[in-house]
Ligand binder design. Sequence first.
Ligand SMILES: NC(=O)c1ccc[n+]([C@@H]2O[C@H](COP(=O)([O-])OP(=O)(O)OC[C@H]3O[C@@H](n4cnc5c(N)ncnc54)[C@H](O)[C@@H]3O)[C@@H](O)[C@H]2O)c1
Length: 316
Amino acid sequence: MATMNDLQGKVAVVTGGAGGIGRAMGRRFGQEGMKVVLADVLAEPLDEATRALADDGIEALGVVADVTDYSSVESLAKEVLDRFGAVHVVCNNAGTGAVSEGYMWEHDLADWRWGIDVNVLGVIHGIKAFVPILLEQGEGHVVNTCSGNGGFAPIARGAMGGAATAVYPMTKAAVLCLTESLYTHLEMTGTRVRAHVLFPGGFLNTGIWESWRHRPTQYAATQERHTPDTTLEKVVDRFESAGVHIEFTPLETVADQVIDGIRADNFWMMGPPAPSDQVVSKKAASILARGEPDYLVDVLGKSAENTSESEGGKRR
Ligand SMILES: NC(=O)c1ccc[n+]([C@@H]2O[C@H](COP(=O)([O-])OP(=O)(O)OC[C@H]3O[C@@H](n4cnc5c(N)ncnc54)[C@H](O)[C@@H]3O)[C@@H](O)[C@H]2O)c1
């Protein structure tokens, strides 16, 4: 099956394009000679990111769009077609991070709704609005941003010393599942439109750690918070005090992974083999053996056996 190798002059849309990984992908697409549409719910950083691309001679359009709202994503698709007449690469990348505290039965329902609406429904909206356009064109790529945290297995013991959010990994498990269905459904139609799932690897310096800073009013907390909100600085401190030195993976590396994955037509957009791959092998072994879920690790990559005491948890 032929893939879209020549990206020059093609059109890429990136949701969550105002910052972090999305912004880096937008720049990388532009460097390939693509026309770039950055979409984000945050108008100011979006404007700044779009201008930065234009300043570098990249044909760029910024569209304020909320992926939780289907009519907003439909309008985004319309605006892209009005401006560029086509769409070739759609990155459903907008995401929100770990804002919940406590054990999962204590999480605020507003956190569940926010996480599901952005990370899951947002991807569904992107698929619904854009895939028919790609099918009509007969070529294109859909790249859904997943995470090893959920995509492989949940990291349920957090960097801050307690339970980590159950919301985020659940949504990322859903993203993998959705993308597997998308891959199959596209294949069934005989189209050249392809689906990919992106696993950004390593430790990334992005806004996701501090999503609470931009909590939308429709997902306002309904419970009083008992612990301070997470910051990237605090997470890094915790790692360093546990003897783990943090080196951030450049966001350009993730963007390269996307370009390489499109060119090679890889469903799995992943970096080189990493320690987290062991979670995948151990999980498969656990399922096949009908065994205990011994592949579950904490944020430092240690299994429950090693962390139960230090985290104050109890094993069954
Ligand atoms: N940073 C990591 O370590 C990491 C690892 C694996 C996967 N991811 C995933 O990568 C993607 C990008 O996250 P990031 O790390 O660059 O974080 P980020 O916070 O820097 O970027 C996410 C962007 O999504 C936007 N966004 C949030 N809600 C939105 C909405 N309703 N509509 C439109 N845009 C919205 C935000 O404004 C922000 O610009 C996310 O899906 C995230 O889950 C991140």
